[in-house]
Design a protein around this ligand. Structure first.
Ligand SMILES: [Zn+2]
Length: 504
């Protein structure tokens, strides 16, 4: 009798303990699942007075569920609808915009992760509102030129990326004339190919000639994927007397890579892009000219080719829009890149081309190295590594330097999200619209900040960035990647849950 009484008393107690334990373990596993995000839930609303949609700026709310945008509602409709609005993050007046898609970044992983690496690179991207990044096939070791080397990239990136990452493969002499080698690289999932028309500075990434490019395009056409081209061709430099070549002077470096290098390469390149026209032998292939610096003859040639129906686009980078040759201090090799930053008059023309739509999009060309290779103490422009470190700042830089020209939020989203995602064939990205991935940046265009030592910079070598010391406008508040809040209030999510973007 006593025993059964004890049982009766114990049973509810045991049940209570069991249920407490199950709650405890459930919440532990729940916490574990949510370390991809700073938010504890995956169905929620974000609201703001300024949401940039393909139909313009609205005041309202975006509903995110399971990593996807499931509705976009204007404020007036939002109040009409009696939805459960438990999980609403109200961002007030901050701008809600599609996350940036950077189609040109060098994360140097594997093999040169002391230069950058996937963890620090994607942390910087997240802090800068970049939700997708396409990694270049060179500056890692080995270069990504075959299925085997792509596999090494994938292994290096897995579980180490905070944002989504895709890869360009390399078009090099070894694979360019071998269509089965090229097909196997494309079959392995690269989003397109990249080639150089001049030496790349990396031994296992040799330059291509126009025959390689032509052959490459015919293979790319079958896959409907683009070829990205570094369009400079080596010609005589403009240095002509011994007094004219102080290696610490930026103008010396500028003369070693005159506009004729870009113009010559682009003229040669455009001799084969007619094949990309409708009915051409490489119809459905596409040529994208990376980091244009020359806004004169080179740009005229590109406009002409577009007018004839060639499938061609062109990007430039924030450093060509922010800086000018005149202002680069003697020996300050942080500003060295190729093609070089040119004179202020050229920068004005570049802005004109951006505003007119003659330049299609922007990319960072974040191309870091170890500080030693920048030779900052020697200041030798001719020997220092060329490449600008910018990844985290491209949004505020575009906005800060563009305001004087009347840049709009729509243009920023077009240059940084819509067009780059289309170039890379990423149709689930690039807009705040129903059905798209919830890749979102929330930012405050009006908030100014100084890029000084106190500013948290997440890429590996802040000291080599040419933007240090600048005052910028446009603070990134939050970054969502597929619904995960990966960056918010200065903090990153603790797990790296970005996805690999492989073409199928
Ligand atoms: Zn590059």
């Amino acid at each position: 009798m006593e025993r059964s009484l004890l049982q009766w008393r114990l049973l509810p107690l045991l049940a209570l303990i069991a249920s407490l334990l199950s709650v405890f373990f459930a919440s532990r596993s729940y916490e574990k699942e949510t370390q991809c995000s700073l938010l504890p839930h995956d169905h929620y609303w974000i609201s703001s007075k300024r949401i940039l949609t393909p139909d313009g700026l609205i005041s309202g709310s975006v509903e995110v569920n399971g990593g996807v945008i499931v509705s976009v509602v204007k404020e007036e409709d939002w109040y009409k609808e009696q939805r459960s609005r438990v999980k609403v993050i109200d961002y007030g007046e901050a701008v809600i915009m599609p996350g940036l898609v950077d189609v040109h970044a060098h994360l140097d992983d594997p093999g040169r992760s002391e230069w950058e690496g996937f963890p620090s690179g994607t942390k910087a991207a997240a802090a800068g509102g970049i939700t997708t990044l396409i990694d270049m096939p060179l500056n890692s070791d080995p270069s990504t030129v075959s299925p085997e080397t792509l596999k090494l990239k994938i292994e290096a990136a897995k579980k180490r990326i905070l944002v989504d990452v895709g890869f360009w493969g390399g078009l090099v002499p070894d694979n360019a004339l071998n269509s089965s080698a090229l097909s196997s690289l494309l079959d392995a999932g690269v989003l397109g190919l990249k080639s150089f028309m001049c030496p790349s500075g990396i031994n296992d990434f040799p330059m291509t000639n126009i025959t390689h490019i032509k052959e490459g395009l015919s293979v790319l056409a079958k896959y409907k994927r683009p070829l990205l081209v570094h369009a400079e061709v080596e010609m005589d430099s403009e240095i002509d007397d011994a007094t004219d070549n102080d290696p610490r002077s930026y103008l010396t470096y500028l003369k070693t890579r005159p506009t004729s290098w870009e113009e010559g390469a682009i003229r040669n390149l455009l001799s084969v892009t007619e094949n990309t026209r409708i009915g051409g032998s490489a119809e459905r292939a596409h040529v994208h000219i990376v980091h244009l610096s020359d806004a004169s003859s080179s740009l005229d040639l590109i406009k002409e080719a577009k007018g004839k129906g060639d499938s061609v686009t062109v990007e430039t980078c924030p450093h060509y829009l922010a800086f000018s040759a005149e202002e680069i201090p003697e020996g300050d090799t942080r500003f060295k890149c190729s093609p070089p930053i040119r004179h202020a008059a050229n920068r004005e023309k570049l802005w004109g081309a951006m505003m007119e739509g003659d330049i299609d999009m922007l990319s960072s060309d974040h191309s870091p190295t170890k500080p030693e290779l920048k030779l900052l103490s020697d200041g030798n422009f001719l020997k220092a590594w060329g490449g600008i470190s910018s990844l985290q700042f491209v949004l505020p830089v575009t906005w800060s330097y563009g305001r004087k020209y009347g840049v709009t939020l729509e243009q920023v989203a077009s240059w940084w999200s819509d067009r780059p995602s289309k170039l890379a064939g990423l149709h689930s990205k690039g807009a705040i619209a129903v059905g798209k991935h919830a890749d979102i940046v929330v930012w405050e265009p009006e908030v100014e900040f100084n890029l000084d030592e106190d500013h948290p910079i997440h890429f590996k070598h802040p000291s080599i960035s040419a933007y240090l010391g600048r005052k910028l406008s446009g603070k990134v508040v939050s970054t969502f990647v597929r619904g995960n809040l990966v960056f918010g209030e200065g903090k990153h999510a603790s797990d790296a849950c970005g996805s690999l973007l492989l073409a199928t």
